[in-house]
Design a protein around this ligand. Structure first.
Ligand code: GLN
Length: 490
């Protein structure tokens, strides 16, 4: 049952061969039996109540394609009922009085919330080791990280503990964990998916998106996620083109004539040979499907690292100022006065990486450094976006690796945050430009040691090109089986 895609499960539900309640019970059992630490909060009674409501919709013949399908949410989306922690001790006991828009929309479609998924604290990280609630294990190799920050989401899909998951991407956190765990994920154009109720990290970059086994499943999920939301001031409007659309519409589109841009900066020094081999083989597969490869250049790729690691911490330092121990979240139990209460609550509630980013963020924003760092970074950000537009004049989409290596070992890079930042090189610029990007499984590498670790292919498109990306990914998944592979024992 759990190896089936959303599309297949939906057919079973509509044929009444399985009920939403049975399906939910099945996945709840899998979640309870898992040792990956992918889930932070499960509440079977709440999930089963939603499953019962979904079954009532089937009985009343008012079920849609996603009705009764279980979905687990990254613990960055707030949920009524389940705790919402953002992977932080700061919010360890926080229960939101409202649902995030994304959670609300999936609920309206009749999907069943399975629980909340582990992630790096406030989505800061690329290995899920920054969670206050412990690391998530990569189901392919339990010595490896699952990627991050949406490591729980990717691990849950890979281990078939959930058929669908939400995730968020600020600088790669949908694409990189999808790549490390061999699942499919898409980060939409910035502003298409509401950030209302998505606990903020860097507001000008944060974007929600789905993860699942296949591009077709992601298309079904994304259809429920996009659209203007008046409660999010950065939400793109319908007039700007942000309308609900059928993202499955291009799935059958043949790829003959497709021009794939291959950026030379994504294949340079630092790219591991096993990742390169898998990505190049995928490109060859696209050529067999009728596409042509075009050499392109994204000259500011390496600058995306300093630019991102100035802008994202700057925004984070501002967003996280709300956690002061006064209104909600962790409050120190002993303090001398108000200032001491703020200091102790924040020192105790935030983990090391979050504290580091708050310090970097306040530094680059302070008077005297603002022009030298923050303003400069904003200017280069624009140039990075311009580079993509120049490149996309000669190709339809851009393809390359998601990360320079396969998943690294648990414990590696923890004492050296900069080495983890450097590994974001291929994902950050897409986020800085606000473009849509996805990762699809395209093979395996060996890592340094034992065990097979998945490799993802990144596909980047122009603004609003989500349907095109999903169609291209689907065509690839029709002729390859990487996305159907599951870790041993699943
Ligand atoms: N790895 C990046 C960071 O640590 C991206 C995280 C994300 O996309 N949320 O900031």
């Amino acid at each position: 049952m759990h190896t089936k895609t959303i599309k297949q499960l939906s057919a079973l539900l509509h044929a009444k061969q399985v009920s939403a309640t049975e399906l939910t019970q099945h996945y709840l059992q899998r979640a309870a039996a898992s040792d990956l630490n992918a889930f932070l909060h499960i509440d079977p009674a709440l999930s089963l109540a939603q499953a019962g409501a979904a079954d009532a919709r089937f009985a009343a013949a008012s079920a849609g394609p996603l009705t009764g399908i279980p979905i687990a949410h990254k613990d960055i989306f707030v949920t009524e009922g389940w705790r919402s922690t953002a992977g932080s001790k700061m919010l360890a006991n926080y229960v939101s009085p409202f649902n995030a828009t994304v959670v609300e929309r999936f609920g309206q479609a009749g999907m069943v919330t399975l629980g909340k998924l582990n992630c790096d604290e406030f989505a800061m990280g690329s290995s899920n080791q920054n969670s206050a609630f412990g690391a998530v294990l990569n189901p392919w190799d339990k010595l490896a990280v699952p990627g991050g920050s949406s490591g729980g989401s990717a691990a849950a899909i890979a281990a078939r503990i959930a058929p669908a998951a939400t995730a968020t991407d600020t600088g790669g956190s949908i694409r990189q964990p999808a790549s490390f765990c061999g699942v499919t994920g898409i980060k939409p154009t910035y502003g298409r998916v509401s950030r209302f109720g998505m606990i903020a990290f860097a507001s000008s970059l944060d974007q929600g998106g789905p993860m699942a086994q296949t591009a077709e499943d992601c298309a079904m999920l994304l259809g429920e996620m996009v659209g203007f939301d008046e409660r999010d001031s950065t939400s793109l409007t319908a007039a700007q083109g942000n309308v609900r659309e059928d993202f499955t519409r291009d799935l059958a589109e043949p790829l003959a004539g497709l021009r794939i841009g291959v950026p030379k900066e994504y294949f340079g020094e630092g790219l591991a040979s096993d990742v390169e081999a898998a990505v190049r083989a995928a490109l060859e597969q696209f050529v067999k499907l009728g596409a042509t490869l075009v050499d392109i250049s994204l000259p500011k790729t390496s600058q995306s690292i300093p630019v991102y690691y100035i802008i994202a911490p700057a925004e984070a330092s501002s967003n996280l100022s709300r956690f002061d121990g006064v209104r909600y979240g962790h409050r120190a139990s002993e303090y001398k006065d108000l200032a001491d209460m703020y200091k102790k609550s924040r020192a105790e509630g935030f983990g090391r990486e979050v504290q580091r980013r708050i310090m970097v963020g306040t530094y680059v924003l302070c008077h005297g450094y603002y022009d030298a760092y923050y303003l400069k970074a904003q200017k280069i950000r624009r140039l990075i976006a311009d580079d993509f537009q120049a490149a996309l004049a000669s190709c339809d989409v851009i393809m390359g690796p998601v990360a320079p290596t396969v998943a690294w070992d648990l414990g590696e890079k923890t004492d050296d945050p900069v080495s983890a930042y450097l590994a974001d090189i291929y994902t950050l610029s897409t986020s800085l430009a606000g473009l849509p990007g996805m990762s699809i499984p395209c093979g395996f590498g060996q890592g340094d040691k034992n065990g097979q670790r998945p490799v993802g292919l990144q596909i980047i498109g122009n603004y609003f090109a989500e349907a095109k990306l999903l169609g291209i990914a689907h065509q690839y998944q029709q002729v390859t089986d990487w996305h159907t592979r599951a870790p041993a024992g699943v």
